[in-house]
Design a protein around this ligand. Structure first.
Ligand code: PHE
Length: 339
C-alpha cells in the first residue's frame, strides 16, 4: 500500500509539473482529487486495510492529498501569472508608433469673415441686429423710399413670394425695421443672407450682405468716411486707401460708391482689380431724410449714414477667389485651403 501511495504521488507530481495550461492542470486535478480520482478512491480502499493499520494509512493518504493539493495550487498560480503575461504582451500598444494624422475642420471663409467684420464694427460701438429673410415689400422697398412703381426696383432682381412678400434683396431691410422700432442714437450692423435673381461668376442668387447704420445728431459724410476707412484698414491691411465716388441709392442722399486700393497688389494693378489698382466694395450714403421721416425719426433733429456690402465680395477680394460659386459649392478641397 505504501508503495502504491508513493507511485501515485510521483505520477501526480510529474503530471502537475508537465501541465502548461490551466485546462491541463484541471484534468490532473480531476484525475487525482476528483470524486472518483485516484486519491479519493484510496479513502474508499481503507475498508480493506487491517483495523490497526488504518490510522497510519489514513495519515499517509492525507499527507499525499495535501502534497498534491499544495503543488496544484502553486502550479495554478504560476500558470495564471504566465497566461496573464502572455495576454498583456498580446494586447500591448506601441505608444511610440506615429499616430494617423487627424484632419481638423475649419470655419467657412464666409463665416470667418462675418465674424471678423462683427468684431471690427462692435469695436467701433455698433451692435448686431437680425431680420427675416422672407420680408415684406414695406421694409425691403417702401420704407427705403422705393415705392411700388419706382424704376430703382430694377436695380435688384427680386424673387417675389407674392405682391407684398419678397425674399429680401438687401439687408437694408433691417435698417428700416430698426428705425421704425427705435429712436437715435442708433449704431447697428446686420449681416445676413439676401436673394436676387442674378447668376454669373460674380453673382449668386443667394449671397451674404453686411449693412451698417448710424443715426444721431450731427452725423456727417465725414463720419461715414472715417468709419469705412477704419473698417477697410482692419479687414484688408493698414496701407489700404478708401475713395468715395458719387452714386445713387433711393434711401441715401447723397449716395456714394466706395472703392478701396486692391489688397492683392496694393494699388499697383493686377487680375483682381483688372489693372486699375482699385476695387469697388460697397454702396453707402447719408440716410435720405425722407426715409428717416417715414420710419418715425425726426429728420430735422437727426441725420445718419448707412452702408451695405457683400460679405462674399470681401472674401473674393481678400483671398483672390475668382468665382462666387466656390463659396457655395462647399467642395472640401476648396474649403480646406482656409485652414
Ligand atoms: N442696399 C444697397 C445694395 O444692396 C447697398 C447700400 C446700403 C447702399 C446702404 C447705401 C446704403 O446695393
Amino acid at each position: 500500500m505504501k508503495e502504491k501511495l508513493d507511485n501515485i504521488k510521483a505520477a501526480a507530481l510529474r503530471e502537475i509539473e508537465l501541465a502548461s495550461t490551466t485546462a491541463e492542470l484541471n484534468n490532473v486535478r480531476v484525475k487525482y482529487l476528483g470524486k472518483s480520482g485516484e486519491i479519493s478512491l484510496l479513502m474508499r480502499d481503507m475498508a480493506t486495510v487491517a483495523k490497526e493499520d488504518r490510522p497510519a494509512m489514513g495519515k499517509l493518504v492525507n499527507e499525499l492529498r495535501n502534497a498534491v493539493e499544495g503543488t496544484l495550487i502553486a502550479k495554478t498560480e504560476q500558470i495564471a501569472e504566465l497566461e496573464k503575461q502572455a495576454r498583456l504582451k498580446a494586447e500591448a500598444i506601441d505608444i511610440t508608433l506615429p499616430s494617423s494624422a487627424q484632419r481638423l475642420g475649419s470655419l467657412h471663409p464666409l463665416t470667418a469673415i462675418r465674424r471678423e467684420l462683427i468684431d471690427i464694427f462692435t469695436g467701433m460701438g455698433f451692435t448686431v441686429a437680425d431680420g427675416p429673410e422672407i420680408e415684406s415689400d414695406l421694409f425691403n422697398f417702401q420704407l427705403l423710399n422705393i415705392p411700388k412703381d419706382h424704376p430703382s426696383r430694377d436695380m435688384q432682381d427680386t424673387f417675389y413670394v407674392n405682391d407684398n412678400i419678397v425674399l429680401r434683396t438687401q439687408t437694408s431691410a433691417v435698417q428700416a425695421r430698426i428705425m421704425t422700432n427705435a429712436q437715435p442714437p442708433i449704431r447697428v450692423v446686420s449681416p445676413g443672407k439676401v436673394y436676387r435673381s442674378d447668376d454669373d461668376a460674380s453673382h449668386s442668387p443667394i449671397f451674404n450682405q453686411f449693412e451698417g447704420l448710424a443715426v444721431d445728431e450731427h452725423i456727417t459724410m465725414g463720419d461715414l468716411q472715417g468709419c469705412l476707412t477704419t473698417f477697410a484698414k482692419k479687414i484688408f491691411s493698414e496701407d489700404t486707401k478708401v475713395r468715395l465716388r458719387p452714386s445713387y441709392f433711393p434711401f441715401t442722399e447723397p449716395s456714394v460708391e466706395v472703392d478701396v486700393t486692391c489688397s492683392m497688389c496694393h494699388g499697383k494693378g493686377c487680375r483682381v482689380c483688372k489693372g486699375t489698382g482699385w476695387v469697388e466694395i460697397l454702396g453707402a450714403g447719408i440716410v435720405n431724410p425722407a426715409v428717416l421721416d417715414m420710419c418715425g425719426i425726426d429728420s430735422k433733429k437727426y441725420s445718419g449714414f448707412a452702408f451695405g456690402f457683400g460679405i462674399d465680395r470681401i472674401a473674393m477680394i481678400k483671398y483672390g477667389i475668382p468665382n462666387i460659386k466656390l463659396l457655395y459649392e462647399n467642395d472640401v478641397r476648396f474649403l480646406a485651403q482656409f485652414n
